[in-house]
Design a binder for this molecule. Structure first.
Ligand code: SF4
Ligand code: SF4
Length: 428
């Protein structure tokens, strides 16, 4: 069954750049060398390692425990020997704590038993045990999100994938729609939500058809960025507006990414922790773009080699071009939140020198949060962060980058907003 979405007038139309991987199947990436499993690429405290160098671990064995209320367990994504517990490069010039495992080629698993008790408490506990986090990019521990402060009646499955280039969710939806539906039903049961809505941008017709065969309603969405942002998605699917400073649960809604729902299915039915994910590798800098099923912790250099990365690459990005992070090299690893790596050629990137603001108002007209980005930049440049919040509305910004994208003067608006937000947080 198809339902109609409410209109979304703001935002921008991005060039899709998805055609190179949009129809490709998911290819499992063979494990060839050491895996560096991050302990901290989720929101919250890093997990604490419970193995030591020299230990033998099985695939799926818990190797690091969540610390504190907001954190996530971490599991071995391959069977093998722990060769170090330290740090690995994050690809952005810094490091992250990690456990390095040298695979032994045996691939002996330590999965849990399928879950027979399907009570809310048991499902949430299973999700927590399996280290599941939001896989759409945020990395918020799912078990925490499933204990909302207000009653929830609606679960929205986010299959919008509105960023250019990325097709990892599309590939998963085309291949595993039944499992995603099961996962959604387990999440809804955990929440006590009566309604499940599946939201997919119209540029993924095969995925829409796949879900139409299920017993859940599908909402085809206009192709518009940032359609997949939580507040925009909730309005388009339910016409409920999340007030500033409030959470989706305050209007009775929880949003989960489709890959997260698939991970929940695997945790509940197979006892499998979150140890792998689909990653899109694309851009004109690779000869063979792919949707790869990768073990968490696989070095980007392995993906680069298998996809034929060339010297045409002038910019490397983890995630989408609007919200992703520029990388300094191929030292990054696949994390639970890595949707893709973009190897962008000179033709796909442009470096602009900012010129003075011409007060055209375009940045404000596209802002999905109805903010005044030019005001934020003006006050941020003057280091008047309180005024940036008062007149620019910076605290409501969802950092989508649409304002920077349309600015004819190429002002670094989103960057200014991030600076103002971090300064305001530091002062708080
Ligand atoms: S101000 Fe924030 S929410 Fe508005 S367009 Fe810019 S980045 Fe997006
Ligand atoms: S879009 Fe750029 S030039 Fe136009 S008002 Fe905003 S900051 Fe100024």
């Amino acid at each position: 069954m198809k339902l109609k979405a409410a209109p979304f007038f703001r935002g921008v139309r991005l060039a899709g750049h998805k055609s190179r991987t949009a129809n490709l199947p998911i290819e499992p990436l063979p494990v060839t060398g050491e895996i560096h499993i991050p302990l901290s690429r989720h929101i919250g405290a890093p997990a604490q390692a419970i193995v030591k160098t020299g230990d033998t671990v099985k695939k799926g064995q818990c190797i690091a425990r969540a610390v504190g209320a907001v954190s996530a367990n971490v599991h071995a994504s391959v069977a093998g020997t722990v060769t170090s517990i330290g740090t690995c490069p994050d690809g952005r010039g810094g490091t992250i704590p990690c456990v390095t495992v040298a695979p032994n080629g045996v691939q002996e698993t330590a999965y849990l038993s399928p879950l027979s008790d399907l009570s809310s408490e048991a499902i949430i506990e299973r999700i927590k045990e399996c280290g599941i986090v939001g896989m759409g990019g945020a990395g918020f521990p799912t078990h925490v999100k499933l204990r909302p402060s207000a009653p929830v009646d609606t679960l929205i499955l986010n299959g919008a994938e509105c960023e250019s280039y990325l097709t990892c969710d599309d590939a998963l939806m085309r291949a595993r729609s039944k499992e995603i539906v099961y996962g959604a039903k387990y999440i809804a049961a955990a929440l006590g939500a009566k309604q499940i809505l599946i939201a997919i941008e119209k540029n993924k017709p095969e995925a829409i058809v796949a879900f139409e065969k299920s017993d859940l309603p599908v909402i085809p969405l206009k192709k518009q960025y940032p359609m997949g942002a939580e507040k925009q998605l909730i309005y388009c699917c339910t016409r409920r507006r999340v007030p500033l400073g409030k959470l989706p649960a305050d209007v009775g809604v929880i949003v989960q990414n489709v890959a997260t729902a698939f991970a929940v299915y695997e945790a509940v039915e197979l006892g499998k922790p979150l140890i792998d994910r689909v990653v899109t590798v694309t851009g004109e800098g690779v000869e063979q773009p792919k949707n790869l099923l990768c073990q968490i912790g696989t070095p980007l250099s392995v993906l680069a080699e298998i996809c034929g990365a060339t010297e045409n690459t002038v910019k490397l990005v983890e995630g989408g071009p609007m919200t992703g992070a520029a990388l300094t090299g191929t030292s990054a690893v696949v994390t639970k939140t890595t949707g893709g790596f973009l190897f962008l050629s000179g033709k796909e990137t442009a470096v602009y020198e900012p010129t003075p603001c011409i007060n055209c108002g375009k940045c404000a007209s596209v802002c999905p949060m109805k903010l005044l980005p030019m005001q934020t930049e003006f006050y941020t440049d003057a280091k008047e962060y309180d005024n940036a919040a008062k007149y620019g509305g910076v605290l409501a910004c969802i950092e989508c980058g649409a304002c920077s994208y349309v600015c004819p003067a190429h002002r670094p608006l989103a960057q200014a907003i991030k600076t103002a937000k971090s300064e305001l947080r530091r002062k708080a």
